[in-house]
Design a protein around this ligand. Sequence first.
Ligand SMILES: Nc1ncnc2c1ncn2[C@@H]1O[C@H](COP(=O)(O)OP(=O)(O)OP(=O)(O)O)[C@@H](O)[C@H]1O
Length: 222
Amino acid sequence: MSTTEAVLVSVRALMMRYGSTTTLEDVDLDVPAGADMALTGRSGSGKTTLLLVIAGLLVPTQGTVTWPGLDGNPRVRRGQIGMVFQAPALMPELTALQNVTLPLRLRGVDRPTAERDALEALVAVAAADLRDALPTQLSGGQQQRIAIARVLAGRHRLVLADEPTGALDRAHAFEAALALRDGVAAVGGALVLATHDPELAELFDHRVAIVDGSVRHSVRTS
Ligand SMILES: Nc1ncnc2c1ncn2[C@@H]1O[C@H](COP(=O)(O)OP(=O)(O)OP(=O)(O)O)[C@@H](O)[C@H]1O
């Protein structure tokens, strides 16, 4: 990583313990601005834990997490960070377009701008034709694409994705994850995506593997 590259999040000497079980130990990690980063590790290795620490939603047992490239005010910073989870968690009574528009409207974006940005995000995940469908009329994969569009429309500085394509078949999982990666990159954001799939991780510039509580960070050089 270049020393001139801005760092959004910096984790140092992180230790995370639940009860008597140590999940993460002596973890150092920088998330560079604009980077795409895949976080791999077996089930229970601590991927979700690390994402929650990076988001500032979980306080480490020991060590520090700072956000040098994000706003110093935690409330503003939270708005700079978008999250997407394995379950799409769409509002059942709202159409796909309304689901994508809602967080923008709640942030005070006027309706025409919110709808324009939401439609652009739906196009990015090849779901523009689903704009008027209710979640119950959509397959699980289609719902997840709407959830991905929702986070893309937020144009966050940093997006944290926790196995967002874990419930999809492999071909659709790759397609959705790459739409997320490219959509975040298109607005200059950084993405940290947790995945079980090492082949998917290979498609990311930064790969962070959690093995026995420690992280190994590799960066694509070519
Ligand atoms: N709130 C909690 N209380 C107690 N133990 C927890 C808590 N959250 C996580 N753990 C434990 O910490 C370990 C890491 O969990 P975590 O969810 O971070 O792993 P993960 O790599 O995301 O797993 P998966 O791939 O299955 O989602 C697991 O052993 C889990 O049981």
